[in-house]
Design a protein around this ligand. Structure first.
Ligand code: ANZ
Ligand code: ZN
Length: 806
C-alpha cells in the first residue's frame, strides 16, 4: 500500500474532530500540569495566509504537541486582532464596512489555519472587535482612568497625513508611518495618554525574570532608556527666569560654551531680541512641521541665535542661547547645555556657527591642539575646569550631580527615554474610549456596568482629517447625559489604538465566555501566565512592552496574581521569496500553502516549514525542497509497510538505533533546533532502511517509537502508522519516549594493527566501524611507526588492520 497523504489526512482529520487528542483542561481530575503555548494572533487581512505565516504556527504546534506527549494539558488558543488600521484601510479600499470585510476575512483565514492541523482549541477563540471582548478592553481603560493612569493632554503628536490619524512614537519608523509609509508630521491635538512611564522601573528590572532572547531584552532596555544625570539651572541675563537643562554629563559643565533650546521651549519666542525676532519665529514655525525622527537624523544642523545669554552657574561665563531642532521638546527639559569638545552634535553645531570649543577632558592630561572631532570618551583627566582640574572624569561624572545639588544650582536626576503612550486614534474602527465630557464634572468614565460602550454604525467611516474621529459626526451618539450629574454631556469620539486589545487578549483565552469578569481568578491562577509565546521579532518593543505594562497593572488591581505575561519568548525568522525579498502580494512572490497541501500533504508541508532553516533565522523559500521531506515520509511509510507483518525480533542494532533516534530528536527539540530534528529523522530512517535490508525488516517497537517521535511534526502519518502497527487509541496518548545511554553504546572489539603483516598494536574499536573509521583509529595507534610511504591500507572487518609500507 503506497503512502496516500490525501486519504490518511482526511481520515485523521475526521477522527480528531470526533475524538480530540488535546486535553484542554484539567477538569477530568487528571493531575496533568498546564502548558500554555501562544501564537501572536493575526490581523485578519484580506490577503489570507502564505507559507511564511505557516512557519510560526507550525513551530508553535510542534511545541504544543511535544508538550502534550510529555504529559501536560495544553492551552493553545487562536483569535483575531481585528480592530485597527489594516482592517479599516482594507475595508475602505474595498468599499465595505469593516465589520463585514473583517468577518469574511476571519472565515477565510480560519479555514486556512485549519489546514495546518494545529491543536487550536476554537472554543477559546477571541476577537478583539466582539463587544463581549472589547467590553473588557474598555473596562481596563476605566480602571486606569480611576487610578490616574489614563489622562488627557493637548500635545504635538505624530500625525500621519495619509492615514489621517495620530501615531505613537513606536509606530513611526524612520520618520515614516509604519502602516502606509507616508512621511509623518506633527499636529497639536487633544490626546488620551496612558502613563506607562509610571511602570518604567518595573518594566526594566523585571526583564531579568524572563526567558527571552537577549536581543529583545536589549531592545526593551534601550527603549526604556534609563539614564542618570543632572538638571542644572542657568540664570538668563537680564531676566528673572532660569533655564533648566538636562545633562548626563555634568562633569563637562566648564566646557559648556553655548546653550540650545528646542524650538517649542516655552521661553523660545521670548528670548528673541528686536534684531533676531523675525528669524527666530520663522525657525520655530519650520520646526513644527517636522517629525521627531526626522529631527534626530544625521543631517546638517540648523539653528538660530536668539540674541539672549545665559550664565553658567559654575563659572559665571556668558553663554549664548540658540534654538535648534536637534533638541527635542519632549525629552529632558527641552533645553541643553552644549559642550562641543565632547559631544558630536554640539561639535558639528559649534563648528558650523563659529562658537568656541573648550576641551575639559584630556586623555593623558594633554590638550588637543586643533580639534577635528569631539572627544567623546568619558575617561581622562579634567582640564580647564577650575577646582575640578586633575580629577578623573569618570569619577567626577558620578559625583558631579551631587556637587551640583549641594551648590544649589541644580539636582541629580534619573531620566527615561520612555514616554507616556499616546492612546487615542481619530479613526472609526477601534474601541470607543468610554469617557463622557461633562461641562460640570469634567471627564467622567462610563459606569462599568454600562460597558460595553458599543461602536455605533456610521455612514461614512473614512477618516475626516480634521483631527476628529468619524464618530464625532453622529449627533445621537455623541450627545448623552453625564453619568454623574445627569447634565447634557458629550461622548469622547476618539477610539483606542490597535494595541489596546492585543495588550491583554492572552488573559481572556482562558475564560473567554465569562460575562462577569475579565477572567476569573480561579482560572487565571490555574492556567496563566503564558509559558511559551511565539511570533515575529517585529513586535519586540511595541506589543510586548504594552502587554507587560497591562499585565503589571492588572496584577496591581488584583485581577491576576502575576506581573509578567510571557515566561518564554521565541521569535521565528521570516520566510522570504527568492533573494530574500519579503513575501507580499504587491511583490507578486507569495507562495500559497493550499497547492502544496494538495500535492504533498499537510504533513510534508509542516515538515518542510521547519526544514528550510534554523527557526530563528530568515529563510528563503524554495518549493522544490518539499520533495525531500515528502520522499522521507514515503520511505518511512514503506519501511513500516514492509515490516509490520514480518514479525521481526529486535536486534541489538535496532535497539541501539531506537535509543539514538529518541535522544537525537529530544535533544534537538529541547534546543529548538527544529530543522536539524527533521534531518535527524532522515538520517535515522536511512540507517533503519539499511538495517532492514539485512534483517528483513524492523521490529514494531522501534517503528512505533519513530511514530511517536514523529507525531508532533507529522501528526497524520504518525497516527496512521501507529494504527497500522496494531496500537489501540491515538498516538498522542503514547507519551514521549525515553532513551537509555547504555543501550546506545556500540559493541567494542579488539583488533590487531599490523605494518606489513607484523602486529604492532591491538586497539579496541566499535564493532560496526566502517573501513575508514577502523583505519583512522589503527593509524593513530601506531603513528610514530608510520615513517615510510603507505602503499595500501587493508581492513578485514572485525579481524585485522594492515598497513602496507615501503
Ligand atoms: C551636556 C553633554 C556633554 C551631553 C557631553 C552629552 C555629552 P541620553 O543619554 O540619551 O539621555 N540632551 C538632553 N536633552 C535633550 C533633548 N531634549 N534633545 C536632544 N538632546 C538632549 O542623552 C542625554 C544627553 O543628550 C544630555 O547630556 C544632553 O547633552 C542631550 F559631552 O549635556 B548632554
Ligand atoms: Zn456631570
Amino acid at each position: 500500500m503506497p503512502y496516500n497523504h490525501k486519504a490518511i489526512e482526511k481520515k485523521w482529520r475526521e477522527n480528531w474532530e470526533k475524538n480530540p487528542v488535546n486535553v484542554t483542561t484539567n477538569d477530568d481530575g487528571s493531575k496533568r500540569e498546564k502548558y500554555y503555548c501562544l501564537d501572536m494572533f493575526p490581523y485578519p487581512s484580506g490577503n489570507g495566509l502564505h507559507v511564511g505565516h505557516w512557519r510560526g504556527y507550525v513551530i508553535s504546534d510542534v511545541w504544543s504537541r511535544y508538550k502534550l506527549q510529555q504529559g501536560y494539558y495544553i492551552i493553545h488558543p487562536m483569535g483575531w486582532d481585528a480592530f485597527g488600521l489594516p482592517a479599516e484601510n482594507y475595508a475602505i479600499k474595498m468599499g465595505v464596512h469593516p465589520s463585514i470585510s473583517t468577518e469574511a476575512n476571519i472565515k477565510n483565514i480560519k479555514r486556512q489555519i485549519n489546514e495546518i492541523a494545529a491543536l487550536y482549541d476554537w472554543d477559546r477563540e477571541v476577537n478583539t472587535t466582539d463587544p463581549n471582548f472589547y467590553k473588557w478592553t474598555q473596562w481596563i481603560f476605566v480602571k486606569m482612568f480611576k487610578e490616574g493612569l489614563a489622562y488627557e493632554k493637548e500635545f504635538p503628536i505624530n500625525w500621519c497625513p495619509s492615514c489621517k490619524t495620530g501615531l505613537a512614537n513606536e509606530e513611526v519608523v524612520n520618520g515614516k508611518c509604519e502602516r502606509c509609509g507616508a512621511e509623518v508630521t506633527k499636529k497639536n491635538l487633544r490626546q488620551w495618554m496612558l502613563k506607562i512611564t509610571a511602570y518604567a522601573d518595573r518594566l526594566l528590572n523585571d526583564l531579568d525574570k524572563l526567558d527571552w532572547p537577549e536581543k529583545v531584552k536589549k531592545m526593551q532596555t534601550d527603549w526604556i532608556g534609563k539614564s542618570y544625570g543632572a538638571e542644572v539651572d542657568f540664570p538668563v541675563e537680564g531676566r528673572e527666569e532660569k533655564i533648566t537643562v538636562y545633562t548626563t554629563r555634568p562633569d563637562t559643565l566648564y566646557g559648556a560654551t553655548f546653550m540650545v533650546l528646542a524650538p517649542e521651549h516655552e521661553l523660545a519666542k521670548s528670548l528673541a531680541t528686536d534684531e533676531t525676532r523675525e528669524e527666530v519665529e520663522k525657525y520655530i514655525y519650520d520646526a513644527s512641521m517636522k517629525s521627531n525622527v526626522d529631527r534626530m537624523q544625521d543631517k546638517e544642523k540648523t539653528g538660530v541665535f536668539t540674541g539672549s545669554y545665559a550664565i553658567n552657574p559654575l563659572n559665571g561665563e556668558k553663554t549664548p542661547i540658540w534654538l535648534s531642532d536637534y533638541v527635542l521638546a519632549d525629552y529632558g527639559t527641552g533645553a541643553i547645555m552644549c559642550v562641543p569638545a565632547h559631544d558630536d552634535r554640539d561639535f558639528e553645531f559649534a563648528t558650523k556657527f563659529g562658537i568656541p570649543i573648550i576641551q575639559v577632558i584630556a586623555k593623558d592630561g594633554k590638550e588637543i591642539e586643533n580639534m577635528t572631532e569631539a572627544y567623546t570618551e568619558a575617561s581622562g583627566t579634567m582640564i580647564n575646569s577650575g577646582e575640578w582640574n586633575g580629577m578623573e572624569s569618570s569619577v567626577l561624572k558620578k559625583e558631579a550631580p551631587h556637587i551640583i545639588e549641594e551648590r544649589g544650582i541644580g539636582r541629580a536626576t534619573v531620566n527615561y527615554k520612555l514616554r507616556d503612550w499616546v492612546f487615542s486614534r481619530q479613526r472609526y474602527w477601534g474601541e470607543p474610549i468610554p469617557i463622557v465630557h461633562c461641562p460640570k464634572c469634567g471627564n467622567v468614565p462610563v459606569p462599568e456596568e454600562e460597558l460595553p460602550l458599543r461602536l455605533p454604525d456610521v455612514e461614512s467611516y473614512e477618516p475626516t482629517g480634521t483631527g476628529e474621529s468619524p464618530l464625532a459626526a453622529i449627533d445621537e451618539w455623541v450627545n448623552c447625559k453625564c453619568p454623574q450629574c445627569g447634565a447634557d454631556a458629550k461622548r469622547e469620539t476618539n477610539t483606542m489604538p490597535q494595541w489596546a486589545g492585543s495588550s491583554w487578549y492572552f488573559l481572556r483565552y482562558v475564560d473567554n465566555h465569562n460575562d462577569k469578569e475579565l477572567v476569573s481568578r480561579e482560572k487565571a491562577d490555574a492556567m496563566l501566565p503564558v509559558d511559551m509565546y511565539i511570533g515575529g521579532v517585529e513586535h519586540a518593543v511595541l506589543h510586548l512592552l504594552y502587554s507587560r505594562f497591562y499585565t503589571k497593572f492588572l496584577c496591581d488591581i488584583g485581577v491576576i496574581d502575576f506581573d509578567e505575561p510571557f515566561h518564554k519568548l521565541f521569535n521565528q525568522g521570516m520566510i522570504t521569496g527568492k533573494n530574500g525579498i519579503k513575501m507580499s502580494k504587491s511583490k507578486g512572490n507569495v507562495v500559497s500553502p493550499d497547492d502544496l497541501v494538495r500535492d504533498y500533504g499537510c504533513d510534508s508541508l509542516r515538515m518542510y516549514e521547519l526544514f528550510v532553516g534554523p527557526p530563528e533565522l530568515d529563510a528563503e523559500w524554495d518549493d522544490r525542497g518539499i520533495d525531500g521531506v515528502n520522499r522521507f515520509l514515503k520511505r518511512f511509510w514503506n519501511l513500516v509497510m514492509d515490516s509490520k507483518d514480518a514479525n521481526i525480533e529486535a536486534t541489538k542494532e535496532m535497539i541501539k538505533e531506537r535509543h539514538k533516534l529518541a535522544k537525537d530528536i529530544t535533544t534537538r527539540l529541547e534546543s529548538f533546533s527544529l530543522n536539524t530534528a527533521i534531518s535527524g529523522f532522515m538520517e535515522h530512517n536511512n540507517k533503519l532502511i539499511e538495517i532492514a535490508k539485512k534483517a528483513g525488516g524492523i521490529d514494531t517497537e522501534t517503528l512505533s517509537t519513530m511514530a511517536v517521535l514523529l507525531s508532533p511534526f507529522a501528526p497524520h502519518i504518525a497516527e496512521e502508522v501507529w494504527e497500522q502497527l496494531g496500537h489501540e487509541g491515538s498516538v498522542f496518548k503514547a507519551g514521549w519516549p525515553t532513551y537509555d545511554e547504555e543501550a546506545m553504546k556500540d559493541d567494542e572489539i579488539q583488533v590487531p594493527v599490523q605494518i606489513n603483516g607484523k602486529t604492532r598494536a591491538v586497539i579496541s574499536i566499535a564493532a560496526e566501524s566502517s573501513k575508514e573509521e577502523a583505519i583512522t583509529a589503527g593509524k593513530e595507534a601506531i603513528a610514530d611507526k608510520l615513517t615510510g610511504n603507505i602503499i595500501k591500507e587493508i581492513y578485514v572487518p572485525k579481524k585485522i588492520i594492515n598497513i602496507v609500507m615501503k
